[in-house]
Design a protein around this ligand. Structure first.
Ligand code: NAD
Length: 507
């Protein structure tokens, strides 16, 4: 049985092993490994290592850090297939999708390679006679990241490359469901030359998370996961005086206007709704058909789903893999019954889909629930599986209103051939990331990723320019190196009035 360890101070760390979790292959339902759950003392060990590594790492030149980041970029690219294999074996998504996840994470490492430019401050000469002002950004110290199961490589890479590039040291607590990718990433950082203690990984559950949230030496916490836990993280870490960004769940709407290319829209809805078995925070989970285009969308989706191959992620023919655990699969399936009882129609029932995999896997084929209304539980809850709800509305304004009343605000997309409608949608829609004829509008790494409302607690989004800001604090320096002894002492703030200026100039 594979034993998955922590990674502390530059090496694997087994810990006391008293508390452990099981790791499964979702395509077979067979246990593949066992992961140690960190105790409070083990989290403390990781934070101590990170704290000890901070002074030297912070003092490491930007040139040296950049060299290391370029080496890390090369190593992750070289091992992207190995990372993808680990993701497939513990998460279940298909290999091509897992490779895409690694590529999107790698983009953040590439962005972090430009850290020398990103850390540049500003300078103003002669703000007062002989006085200059400049600003710098400095690291926070030990920062932590807590990540979800659905992107076991990409979401950690949303965080740690920029956190360490900016001079911090990092403690990562990945999901206990698919913990192996984080250990390979840690090994690669060590091989790239990241000094020991700069990146640490503690595996585990709530015990580890709660210790991170209250540890006095942890300066900031980045979290990505479900909304209820995000709220807990935000409230607890903020109360403890930490900087915090906590990204939560989502209910992303994809609006289709009747003037859209309906074939392309249906294709996009299948890809965005059922890719990664719907276990993406940017998955399209509500399809909003405007002005009577619903029936055509349903028939086109039906036609595509009939040809969709559901099977193990290791099989190159599979387009969609299993769900992550049997409990999660059962919960997702329960929404079909809930939807029916609420009066919606199960237009496509994924329980009947042909599966080309082991019977013990956590399978569910693509599902479409039609005639969903705003008051239904299937509309309100984040289902986080291959279940697309279809809501029919009369107008674009109705669609925007629907999205506005929904508690989440991660992504929203519109499919249309009308530029004016797209512009109105972009301006009015209540979401942090918007797609126009793009169903999953995840920003590239040189923008930042984040939602609104219950999809993000905190101010700053992850990665990109917001990531640099989150992991650094600003400092403004006012300096005088000329005529130091010649200014007149005054107890007043300078007013910049003409007389003051004349006095300052010795007139
Ligand atoms: P989760 O909230 O269950 O777990 C996330 C992390 O929190 C894990 O590391 C887990 O170990 C830890 N955790 C779980 N319960 C906890 C508790 N009671 N106290 C402290 N820590 C706890 O989320 P998940 O099921 O792993 O991931 C799926 C969720 O993540 C979905 O809601 C999805 O929308 C969301 N997500 C959001 C984004 C985003 O960018 N907004 C991205 C990916 C996933």
């Amino acid at each position: 049985m594979k034993r998955i360890t922590h990674w502390i101070d530059g090496k694997p760390f087994s810990g006391d092993g008293e508390r452990r979790g099981k790791v499964f292959d979702p395509a077979t339902g067979v246990q593949s490994g066992e992961v140690g759950f960190a105790s409070v003392a083990e989290v403390d060990e990781a934070v101590t290592a990170a704290k000890a590594a901070f002074p030297a790492w912070r003092a490491t030149s930007l040139a040296k850090r950049t060299t290391i980041l370029f080496a890390l970029r090369e190593l992750i690219a070289k091992h992207s297939s190995d990372l993808a294999d680990l993701i497939v074996s513990e998460h279940g998504k298909v290999k091509s999708d897992a490779a895409g996840e690694v590529a999107r994470g790698l983009e953040v490492v590439e962005y972090a390679c430009g850290i020398a430019h990103l850390m540049k401050g500003e300078f103003s000469e002669n703000v007062s006679t002989g006085v200059n002002v400049h600003s710098v950004r400095q690291p926070l110290g030990v920062v932590a990241g807590i990540t979800p199961f659905n992107f076991p490589a990409m979401v950690p890479m949303w965080m740690f490359p920029l956190a360490i590039a900016t001079g911090n040291t990092f403690v990562l607590k990945p999901s206990e469901k698919d913990p192996s990718a984080s250990i390979l990433l840690a090994e690669l950082t060590a091989e790239a030359g990241v000094p020991q203690g700069v990146l640490n990984v503690v595996q585990g559950d709530r015990v580890a998370v709660d210790r991170i949230l209250t540890h006095p030496d942890v300066a900031a916490v980045s979290f990505v996961g479900s909304t209820s836990i995000a709220r807990h993280i935000y409230e607890t870490a903020a109360r403890e005086g930490k900087r915090v960004q906590a990204l939560g769940g989502a209910k992303n709407h994809m609006v289709v206007l009747p003037n859209a290319d309906l074939a392309a829209a249906a294709e996009a809805a299948v890809s965005a709704g059922f890719g990664s078995a719907g276990e993406r925070c940017m998955a399209a989970s509500v399809l909003v058909a405007v002005g009577g285009c619903g029936d055509e969308l349903v028939s086109r989706i039906h036609e595509r789903v009939n040809r969709l191959t559901v099977g193990p992620g290791t099989d190159a023919r599979s387009e969609m893999g299993p769900l992550v655990t049997s409990e999660h699969r059962d919960k997702v399936v329960s929404y079909l019954g809930i939807g029916e009882a609420e009066g919606a129609k199960i237009a496509i029932d994924g329980r009947d889909h042909d599966i080309s995999g082991e019977p013990g896997g956590y399978w569910l084929g693509p599902c479409l629930i039609d005639n969903v209304t705003e008051d239904m539980k299937v509309y309100i809850d984040e289902i986080f599986g291959p279940v697309l709800s279809l809501v029919r509305v009369d107008s674009l304004e109705d669609a925007i209103g629907l999205i506005h009343r929904n508690g989440y605000g991660n992504g929203a997309a519109i499919f249309t051939n009308d530029g004016g409608a797209a512009q109105l949608f972009e301006t009015e829609v209540d979401a942090g990331m918007v797609g126009i004829n793009v169903a999953i509008p995840v920003p590239v790494a040189y923008y930042s990723f984040g939602g609104w409302n219950s999809s993000l607690f905190g101010d700053l989004h992850v990665y990109g320019p917001d990531g640099v800001k989150f992991y650094t604090k600003g400092k403004a320096v006012t300096s005088r190196w000329q005529n130091i002894g010649q200014h007149h002492s005054s107890l007043n703030f300078p007013t910049n009035a003409p007389t003051d200026r004349a006095t300052a100039q010795g007139k």
